[in-house]
Design a protein around this ligand. Sequence first.
Ligand code: HEC
Length: 220
Amino acid sequence: MLFSGMGKETGAGGAPKQKNAASSGVILAALLVISAVTASSCDTPTSECPKHALLPIVPDEATFDAKRWGPTLQEVNARMVSYGASEYPGLNRSAYGPGLGPLDSPLRTDAFLRSCAGDRVRPEALNRLRSAMSCSRCHDGENQPRLDYPTFLRTLPAGGTLVSRYVVTYRKMPPGADLSDDEREALIACLDDEYYRGFGGQPGLLSAWLAQPDCAAAAR
Ligand code: HEC
């Protein structure tokens, strides 16, 4: 697996500089230590729950030896941020379908928002809900991985999806959003409706993508 930004720091001829060889060792050691104390995206990492980007490590403060490992943690997190989204050589990620929460969507009318949010969102907060739905502002496949079906939207063995965990359970996404628990549940319901079910006779984003003439022709 490759990360955009990875390898930029290699010396002439692609040989890693001395400093990098040393810090890779540090990173490996730190990952071994820290993966035991954090489960940032999956409660049980299994093949059902793959990691597709390097997430910052957030160790358990109660057991983390900050004096010994703090600087290493900072170095590792800074390095991981510089890598950006992951890519698999030879795999065309656009074949995974559209991402959840595009910047704009023809479906996102007031009538649609009232219907998917129900009484969980006050009418005057509908605009806030609408703007919280544009996850692909960051999850654009460049800076952060796209939230497509195979990677983030499959139901996890313990129930829910990675997306519902990050939005409702962990309250981490969208970053810094001031949303109540009800509004977070409405956000998931609206993102799901927009992606799968559609509204007012318009298909959901995934159905529309699957129904493209090009896709149908390619499948034949
Ligand atoms: C302002 C930028 C930004 C927006 C907007 C945003 N995200 Fe994120 N997202 C991030 C960053 C940065 C990370 C990785 C770091 C982290 O976990 O805090 C992330 C991580 C995630 C992850 C975990 C990824 C993994 O590899 O396990 C999920 C799931 C997620 N976001 C879902 C969403 C959803 C759903 C929305 C919209 C409701 C959203 N995000 C909006 C920046 C954003």
